[in-house]
Design a protein around this ligand. Structure first.
Ligand code: 9MR
Length: 385
């Protein structure tokens, strides 16, 4: 358990980093957007700033929207990207590589290559992995969505998929997003667009958790969604469903908020309180896909004020998670604008991640490092008292 915060000073990571910057092999200190020099010191690394047991993660770019861009697969081709991925993060989430259409492209064929490479990378870099995802309405292969299966056959297909994929990585995945985005924004189950719920009824969700648990009893099994940062109709629907499942003894271990935020809207100020009510059910909570997009000026470059506001959102999301016991996993949905999904999906919006396309660190990056150090020092302070 993390102690309550006892000190509230802000740690100037750059100041701490400078005397030691010669220790690890570093690039020349450069200036960041705040004009402050930064080094490649371990003090400027998210994973080393984090309190013990608190994982800071990122999506690992590949598949999905990347396939339509004019660059090669980021994870396997971009050396600078891989270096930062290993240095900065203690948790990784395959952005697309474990989704049905990638890992199970034909009914009788799995393709584990991309997922295996990420799990191996994580093992080499002492990182945990968040598996994403097993039961979803999106990114399913055509053979499944357009197939002509009886209910019995579909059930067997889902069971076999979960058993195979979860079983393959048993012991290597810390948390699985078992069920992703099963409610719409009004809090209704997706009974039309989710093939599993439409064809097999809502009970299939419980079965997915049971099968995943059988395949890997150690993995923590999550519900994951966007738009559930606040106490609202959608998060209420999860709150009610999870209690029903708990009463039936279904192995549900966690509830996670994705956190695709925009500076067009205010920060969801009740995030901490919302996480707390799920924690009170005995669940782990997590932030799994944080990014903060903004409307870009004509120049395409965010203004200092926009970057400041973005940093504030990142900081508030981190603080909310750190403040809640058993919110031990905090993941951003990519760390560089070079590979962000945002400009591809939201015209005129972008700059949603903590580093520019050239991997320059934005104010948001520094606020995360500072916030993590502060929490870590609070823990040390508490243990010495
Ligand atoms: O980042 C992913 C992008 O590469 C894909 O093209 C897209 C397809 O839907 O999915 C993105 O990731 C989504 C994640 O799997 C679930 N939550 C919302 C994420 C952003 O759309």
């Amino acid at each position: 358990m993390r102690p309550a915060r006892l000190v509230t000073f802000t740690l100037a990571t750059t100041a701490l980093a400078l005397p030691l910057s010669a220790a690890p092999a570093t690039a020349e200190p450069r200036s960041d957007e705040r004009g402050a020099p930064h080094s490649n010191s371990v003090f400027d690394r998210l994973r080393w700033a984090a309190p013990q047991g608190f994982h800071v993660g990122t999506a690992v770019a590949g598949g999905g929207h990347h396939l339509e861009q004019d660059y090669p697969d980021p994870f396997t081709h971009d050396r600078q990207y891989r270096r930062i991925l290993g240095q900065q993060f203690s948790s990784v989430s395959p952005e697309n590589q474990m989704k049905w259409e990638f890992i199970h492209p034909e009914q009788d064929r799995y393709d584990f290559e991309a997922a295996d490479a990420i799990v191996e990378f994580a093992d080499r870099h002492r990182q945990v992995v968040r598996g994403h995802t097993l039961l979803w309405h999106s990114q399913n292969p055509a053979w499944l969505e357009q197939g002509d299966f009886t209910a019995e056959e579909l059930r067997a297909i889902l069971r076999e998929h979960i058993t195979t994929v979860v079983g393959r990585y048993a012991g290597q995945i810390q948390q699985w997003d078992v069920a992703n985005e099963i409610f719409d924004d009004q809090g209704n189950l997706r009974t039309q667009d989710n093939i599993w719920i439409r064809e097999l009824g809502p009970g299939i969700v419980a079965d997915a958790f049971r099968w995943a648990h059988e395949a890997d009893p150690e993995a923590l099994l999550f519900f994951n969604d966007y738009g559930v940062e606040s106490d609202n109709a959608k998060s209420d629907a999860y709150y009610a469903l999870i209690q029903e499942l708990q009463a039936e003894g279904v192995p549900v271990h966690g509830f996670s908020v994705q956190g695709h935020l925009s500076t067009r809207y205010g920060f969801p100020g009740d995030l901490e309180q919302n996480l707390r009510r799920f924690a009170a059910l005995g669940l782990e909570t997590a932030v799994t896909e944080l990014d903060v997009r903004m409307d870009l000026p004509e120049s395409g470059e965010p203004t200092p004020e926009q970057l400041r506001q973005q940093a504030d959102y990142y900081e508030q999301a981190l603080s909310a998670c750190l403040a809640v016991e058993d919110c031990n996993s905090f993941t951003i949905w990519g760390f560089t604008d070079k590979y962000s999904w945002v400009p591809v999906f939201f015209e005129g919006e972008g700059s949603a991640t903590v580093m520019t396309e050239d991997f320059e660190r934005k104010p948001a990056f520094h606020t995360l490092v500072d916030g993590l150090w502060e929490a870590r020092l609070d823990c040390w302070w508490d243990s010495w008292r």
